[in-house]
Design a binder for this molecule. Structure first.
Ligand code: 5GP
Length: 115
């Protein structure tokens, strides 16, 4: 079964796509948690960080570099931004197709409370 994000990548489900190349696709989150909220997704389906292998090392680096370029494009690089990857239940992952959240455009609160 293709994931929801695989369908978005193939154009079968509409999305506000901001970047695409042969390895990754980036589109705006449907339910944004900040003024800028973009998901950077590998075109090949990798469910979670746990499923990454040595072969994916360059792909993950590419995802981060695409996030950096998009932050500049969105003009949030100077004030800063946050990159998040959720993994499985405790990480709060809802879509089991690896993705980096790029969040910015406002001061973000701490995600995890310090004890
Ligand atoms: P996760 O919780 O898995 O890290 O993040 C999944 C993200 O996908 C959520 O922020 C959610 O708002 C977003 N999302 C869920 N369904 C859709 C959709 O159909 N289109 C887009 N653009 N984003 C989606």
């Amino acid at each position: 079964m293709p994931t929801l994000f695989a369908k978005i990548i193939r154009g079968e489900i509409p999305s506000d796509t901001v970047y695409q190349d042969d390895r990754v696709t980036a589109f705006r989150d449907i339910n944004p948690a900040a003024p800028v909220h973009i998901l950077i997704v590998p075109n090949k389906t990798i469910p979670t960080v746990n499923d990454l292998t040595e072969e994916d090392e360059a792909l993950v680096g590419h995802m981060v570099l695409v996030a950096k370029k998009l932050a500049a494009q969105e003009q949030i690089e100077k004030n800063g931004y946050r990159l998040i990857i959720n993994c499985n239940i405790h990480g709060g992952q809802e879509i089991f197709h690896l993705h980096i959240h790029l969040l910015g455009g406002k001061l973000l609160r701490r995600m995890v409370q310090k004890r």
